[in-house]
Design a protein around this ligand. Structure first.
Ligand code: ATP
Length: 205
């Protein structure tokens, strides 16, 4: 699962998910859009628009979408979603994928210590962000970090793997800024998403 606001989805998300899926030979890979994230401003585009863009973006790829958080109300917490997934899949190794920037903020997540009880964390390296410095995270990594996909498969949860991926310095913030400035976002996100944004006049000033 790669969680995010996807406001809008872009090639940085899509390639990160595919790189991790292939590098670790995962069986399935889902993008998990959040309704109202806890630690940041409300998304600019509605849940419906963000989901429509995700659907356009994942066609012809191994990526799937898990839209369960969009169906709820209020803030969605990753830990609650992971517990729900664990109940549905009691025997599967679950991997929650996040970018390196997100790892650095992990200790601010709701009930973050519980995450590793339910899933592994896969951290995709991201341009501009270095290894975590927070002492709690450094200690945690010393305890549970692994570099082996086999080790992940052998356990249902509890390990952290840092997965280097080819770096794409693309962010949704940058896409929104470009659109506001009347610039093109072609090739930063799939063509269907570029068209959808234009058609629905999303992210305009
Ligand atoms: P924003 O710029 O609005 O903060 P974002 O581009 O970081 O958005 P999110 O939807 O917040 O996108 O990100 C979802 C997840 O994808 C996060 O774990 C984030 O670290 C990761 N991610 C986003 N862009 C990239 C990228 N270019 N490379 C690797 N991981 C990425």
């Amino acid at each position: 699962m790669l969680g995010g606001t996807f406001d809008p989805v872009h090639c940085g998300h899509l390639r990160a998910a595919i790189e991790v899926y292939e590098a670790l030979s995962l069986d399935e890979i889902y993008l998990l859009p959040a309704r109202l994230p806890n630690l940041r401003e409300s998304p600019s585009a509605s849940a419906e628009h963000r989901l429509a863009m995700l659907r356009l973006a994942v066609s012809d790829s191994p990526l799937q979408i898990d839209a369960r958080e969009l169906a709820g109300t209020g803030v969605s917490y990753s830990i609650d979603t992971l517990h729900a997934l664990r109940r549905e899949r009691p025997r599967d190794s679950l991997c929650f994928i996040l970018g390196q920037d997100a790892l650095n903020g992990l200790t601010r997540w709701h009930r973050w210590q519980e995450l590793l009880d339910v899933a592994h964390l896969i951290v995709a390296t991201r341009p501009g962000f270095s290894a975590p410095e927070a002492p709690e995270l450094v200690t945690l990594l010393t305890r549970v970090q692994t570099s082996s996909a086999q080790t992940l498969r052998a356990a249902l949860a509890g390990r952290i793997l840092l997965q280097p991926i080819p770096l794409l310095p693309i962010s949704a913030t940058d896409l929104r800024a470009r659109i506001r400035a009347g610039r093109s976002v072609a090739h930063l996100t799939p063509p269907g998403v570029v068209e959808y944004i234009a058609q629905h006049r999303l992210y305009q000033p």
